[in-house]
Design a protein around this ligand. Structure first.
Ligand code: CU
Length: 153
């Protein structure tokens, strides 16, 4: 039965993978791909052109975790992903966007750091950025520059 062998093996593998996925997914994991939307993006007007923080929320309506893995901008020399620990911040390689949840980049917490801006952005400007994810397609957006005391609410 040379034709039955591979089919049976494939079926067995599919069952193993299905069982595995169900357990790894946890209570929220239904195996559906991540579905990301970005909201509330803003950049408080920075005091200089050297660096600017950017804040936003990424929601994931899907059934699988995703992760923000890098950010690019044609308006900045580079963009880093930062976490805040106490009063210091450090660069991280990715941040998880949990299935059925959200990743919040807030003041005092995780944020994007735009480095080497060619000029200090003015209130009312927009800065284009592109978010890259482990699974989902990149998301581009124009982030508005707001008054430095803007709270994001
Ligand atoms: Cu930072």
């Amino acid at each position: 039965m040379t034709r039955g062998g591979p089919a049976a093996a494939a079926l067995a593998l599919a069952l193993v993978l299905a069982g595995c996925g169900g357990e790894d997914g946890g209570a929220d994991g239904d195996g559906a791909p991540p579905e990301l939307t970005v909201s509330g993006a803003y950049i408080p007007r920075p005091p200089t052109a050297d660096v600017a923080g950017a804040f936003l929320t990424v929601e994931n309506a899907g059934g699988t975790d995703d992760a923000l893995t890098s950010v690019t901008s044609e308006a900045a020399g580079s963009v880093e992903i930062h976490e805040t620990e106490g009063t210091t911040m450090r660069q991280v390689s990715s941040l998880t966007v949990p299935a059925g949840g959200s990743l919040s980049l807030d003041r005092g917490g995780s944020h994007l750091m735009l480095m080497d801006l060619p000029a200090r952005p003015a209130e009312g400007d927009t800065v284009p950025i592109e978010l890259h994810f482990r699974t989902s397609a990149p998301i581009t957006l124009d982030v508005p520059v707001e008054a430095a005391n803007h709270t994001g609410e």
